[in-house]
Design a protein around this ligand. Structure first.
Ligand code: C5P
Length: 232
């Protein structure tokens, strides 16, 4: 299976559709997030689901269990393959999200965000949490697993520890992937695609190295080739 999900971070639906079509042979799925969804909502998501590529709807729900369950039911009804909630919403919320998704679409995977990667050890005391971040990530990922969730979003540098602690079947969805020679942008702790896959990542979320490349199809093909994957 091709683990590359291209992040279509734009509010321009025509550009997003064009990009998706161009990279389609070389990726395993598409990721649509808050930027696209806030502009175009469920109607905007439907054409991507109908295109046949798996869609990860990255909206990071975080609210009381009843509200999250309602939102997840609606999102799962769109036919997305992966959606996510914040683990910090707690066990009851994660269970409600899982039940809601599976009641509508059993194949939809529900994963959790643990700690936002924009937070560092220095931010934790202000939130009433004890550093290091990595321990909080493991604690929240374990809670997500106990609640029956399918996996977590994690940074590349957390893959090895989480894979070891949480077993081979838990989905580890990893952004912050940078093939050598591409710009870091605002990502700080990055890893190459093959290195992340070999460390145990299940899904590689890749945005700008593909979408901002002079030739996005070529960039996606090169990354796929570096993983030993040929075009679909
Ligand atoms: O362009 P880039 O490859 O950095 O895009 C990464 C994608 O993953 C973006 O859509 C970003 O919002 C998302 N993401 C991230 N770090 C997280 C969670 C999601 O970069 N911790």
């Amino acid at each position: 299976m091709n683990p590359i999900y291209v992040a279509l971070d734009t509010t321009d639906p025509d550009y997003a559709r064009e990009l998706a079509e161009r990279v389609r042979p070389y990726v395993g799925g598409l990721k649509l997030g808050l930027e696209f969804f806030s502009a175009h909502g469920p109607q905007g998501v439907r054409p991507f689901v109908e295109s046949g590529l798996p869609v990860f709807l990255d909206l990071k729900y975080h609210d009381i269990p009843n509200t999250v369950a309602g939102a997840v039911r609606a999102a799962a009804g769109l036919g997305v393959s992966i959606l996510n909630v914040h683990a910090q919403g707690g066990a009851a919320m994660m269970r409600a999200a899982l039940d809601a998704a599976k009641s509508v679409s059993p194949a939809t995977r529900v994963i959790a965000v643990t700690m936002l990667t924009s937070l560092g050890d220095e931010d934790l005391p202000g939130l009433g949490l004890k550093p290091p971040v990595g321990d909080q990530v493991l604690r929240l990922a374990s809670l997500a697993q106990q609640c029956g969730l399918d996996g977590v979003v994690c940074s590349a540098h957390e893959i090895a520890r989480l894979r070891k602690e949480l077993g081979p079947d838990f989905l580890l969805v990893v952004p912050g992937i940078r093939p050598s020679g591409t710009a870091l942008g605002d990502q700080r702790r990055v890893m190459g695609p093959a290195e992340a896959r070999d460390a145990g990542a299940s899904v590689l979320v890749i945005g700008r190295p593909i979408t901002r490349a002079a030739d996005p199809a070529q960039a996606a093909r090169d990354i796929a080739q570096s993983l030993g994957i040929s075009a679909a």
